[in-house]
Ligand binder design. Structure first.
Ligand code: GTR
Length: 412
């Protein structure tokens, strides 16, 4: 038998296996879901449980009380164009326990602002070259390019990822940006869940999550919800208009955060691929077997049952998007990012669309995969742009166009 890494990757539509998708509008017992009420009371909770049990793992409930400490503020950030806040969110009762450090940029206005909440890959200091921003204290992936040595930041880390974070443009358009380092919640390597947030929720004698308990993606999504706990009580932010956005593994995370936490007003997933917006049953590019082999800590252990066995999984990723309905959701692909299967990402949105329509809102406005750079910014939207796996300033322009139409102007 070939090892996952040696297997031929499907990059040709002709090699995509034939499959039948589970119908989001048919319950497990065969009942047809024909009203918003039965969706909300029967099918939505059922799908959520299935994703918890078989894909991401179940996360603990929100802590009763979280402590927030505003550790730095400036009303003169970005050369006077913005306000900056840094907030420490203590994720557990343990004074030594994990702290999620949130960096917030706000436009200078007296009104509470709609805000993008998105995790970052290399710490808050990487998004903007500003000595006032705290360097990350949690474990970092080594990178000469980003200025990480021995898993610790160097001064070179400051601003190392600015191309992905057009902060000035975001605040000029009237949006806030809240971001935190995903490794503050759970460092992104397979240590059998000894570090990060997981051990704080073990029962007596437990040493790692059970097969249906949270993996790292679920933990990162849980962390996004804790950031939202803070944002919802911050008077400078419109807590009813916080948009979960994420790229790649953090795009998977943003979708799961939006599915599990209806307080997120909208979700934008960028190049999220396998285990994100792409349909698993297509096996195009990254497959379930491949992702579970390369990243054994991302999903719950039950997900490995579907290695080379996707058809047996009771859910597929269009139903993840359906869990965001009726809230706005934008799925973004990049043409050259075939590993993430742009067509499979489009099809997920397509097959989630009937749920939006059942709930009385607009679904995806097209039936065929659009050409590159022909964004479809309906309430359930899809865009494929030219180029590679990345986040570009032009992508953020799209996100804001989408948010202008569906979040900013939404009725109070
Ligand atoms: C890749 C992984 C993808 C995607 C990406 C990323 O190595 O195979 O699923 O998540 O990493 O997060 O950049």
């Amino acid at each position: 038998m070939l090892h996952a890494q040696q297997e031929k990757v499907i990059y040709d539509e002709a090699d995509v296996p034939k499959f039948t998708l589970p119908d989001p509008l048919v319950a497990a017992d065969g009942t047809k879901i024909e009203s918003a009420q039965t969706w909300n009371e029967i099918r939505r909770p059922e799908l959520l449980k299935l994703f918890e049990k078989d894909v991401y793992g179940k996360s603990p409930a929100a802590p009763d009380k979280l402590s927030f400490e505003v550790i730095e503020t400036s009303d003169d950030a970005l050369a006077g164009k913005a306000r900056r806040r840094q907030v420490a969110i203590r994720l557990t009762d343990d004074p030594e326990g994990p702290v999620l450090n949130l960096l917030v940029y706000l436009p200078k206005t007296d009104q509470p602002v709609p805000t993008f909440m998105t995790l970052n890959f290399f710490g808050n200091a990487s998004i903007q070259d500003d000595p006032a921003i705290q360097l990350p204290k949690s474990w970092l992936r080594n990178s000469t390019e980003k200025g990480v040595d021995d898993h610790k930041p160097t001064e070179k880390l400051r601003g190392a990822s600015t191309s992905r974070w057009p902060v000035e443009m975001i605040v000029e358009n009237g949006y806030g940006l809240a971001t935190a380092y995903y490794g503050d919640i759970d460092p992104d390597f397979d240590d059998k869940f000894q570090n990060g947030i997981h051990p704080y929720f073990y029962e007596d004698g437990q040493t790692q999550p059970k097969p249906d308990q949270w993996g790292s993606i679920a933990a990162w999504a849980w962390g996004m919800s804790r950031a939202l706990d803070y944002l919802q009580q911050d008077k400078e932010i419109d807590g009813s208009k916080v948009i979960a956005m994420g790229h790649s593994r953090l795009g998977k995370t943003a979708l799961w955060a939006g599915a599990t936490d209806p307080r997120f007003a909208a979700v934008i997933s960028n190049n999220s691929g396998c285990g994100g917006a792409a349909l698993s049953r297509r096996r195009f590019g990254e497959s379930v077997k491949r992702i579970n082999t390369s990243f054994p800590h991302w999903f719950c252990d039950n997900f490995t049952k579907y290695n080379h066995n996707e058809d047996a999984c009771p859910v597929d990723q269009h139903e993840l998007i359906a869990l965001v309905a009726p809230r706005p959701c934008l799925v973004c692909s990049a043409e050259e990012d075939r590993w993430a299967d742009p067509h499979g990402e489009f099809l997920s949105a397509h097959y989630a669309s009937p749920v939006y329509e059942l709930l009385g809102v607009e679904g995806l406005a097209i039936d065929e995969m659009p050409k590159v750079d022909q964004p479809v910014l309906s309430r359930l939207g899809y865009v494929v742009r030219p180029g590679k796996h990345d986040v570009l300033a032009s992508d953020w322009q799209r996100y804001m166009q989408f948010a202008d139409a569906h979040v900013m102007k939404k009725a109070e």
